[in-house]
Design a protein around this ligand. Structure first.
Ligand SMILES: CC(=O)N[C@H](C=O)[C@@H](O)[C@H](O)[C@H](O)COP(=O)(O)O
Length: 232
């Protein structure tokens, strides 16, 4: 059974916290990951700015597959953007390396490498690669570059998709599934409810990643607090 087989049909929980967030602590994120697995998560996505130590902490804490990433630099391409960041995620023990695959697939990255270079490095280390894309063209290019899985993670977060949808980009799922019937398709980005998760599988997703709505306690609290404040 491949690592992607272990994720198929289940829920992946993203345990990340940005710099300055109260939960930004490797041990805390590892505890969150364990709690998510206790609740039925079949995989954990984790990492962040300088996030390799968080990936390692989560890897030690759970038995399910880990999708790891780092967020580096302030450019348009920031999710595991370089060969060095791929090596950091590999060394941290992630079975799947998430890499941003937005824009032209052959575009040079901050270190001059291409998407195919990153895929080659991860594959030589025995890891699968998840491409974080924002459009159908990017999904097709990522599959062509050898990525093992394609996720809609970046839909709504690139300059060219910023105004496209407010919620989860279900139409992108449908389009990718139609164009790439064999690809391992990950629904990710603004999946906030169990109904959203069901909808993603209906559109052909193989797995769904939920982050903020499960693991960002501040975000969840703000919704309840707003309801309390708006009561009278
Ligand atoms: C765009 C970007 O950088 N997304 C990041 C990717 O790892 C994370 O900040 C998201 O939390 C993650 O994709 C899960 O999505 P959501 O938190 O919406 O369930």
């Amino acid at each position: 059974m491949t690592v992607l087989d272990r994720l198929a049909g289940g829920l992946v929980v993203s345990c990340q916290a940005p710099a300055g967030h109260a939960l930004r602590d490797g041990a805390v994120l590892a505890r969150l990951a364990r709690a998510a697995v206790d609740g039925g998560a079949v995989g954990i996505r984790c990492g962040g700015v300088g996030g390799a130590p968080d990936v390692a902490a989560v890897r030690r804490a759970v038995r399910v597959p880990v999708i790891g990433l780092t967020k580096d630099g302030d450019g348009d391409v920031y999710i595991t953007p370089t060969l060095r960041s791929v090596a950091a995620v590999v060394d941290a023990g992630a079975e799947v390396v998430a890499v941003q695959a937005t824009g032209p697939a052959d575009a040079a990255r901050p270190d001059g490498s291409t998407l195919a270079d990153l895929v080659g490095a991860a594959h030589r280390a025995g890891r699968a690669v998840m491409a974080d894309v924002s459009t159908l063209d990017e999904a097709v290019a990522a599959a062509g570059a050898g990525c093992d899985a394609v996720g809609t993670t970046m839909a709504g977060y690139t300059r060219w998709t910023r105004d496209r949808v407010r919620g989860p980009d279900l139409d992108l799922l449908t389009a990718v599934r139609a164009a790439l019937p064999q690809v391992f398709l990950v629904a990710e980005g603004r999946y906030h409810t169990p109904d959203d998760v069901r909808a993603a599988f209906d559109r052909g997703a193989d797995t769904v990643v939920v982050g903020t709505a499960i693991t960002d306690v501040s975000w969840v609290t703000a919704r309840f607090a707003a309801a309390a404040a708006g009561r009278g």
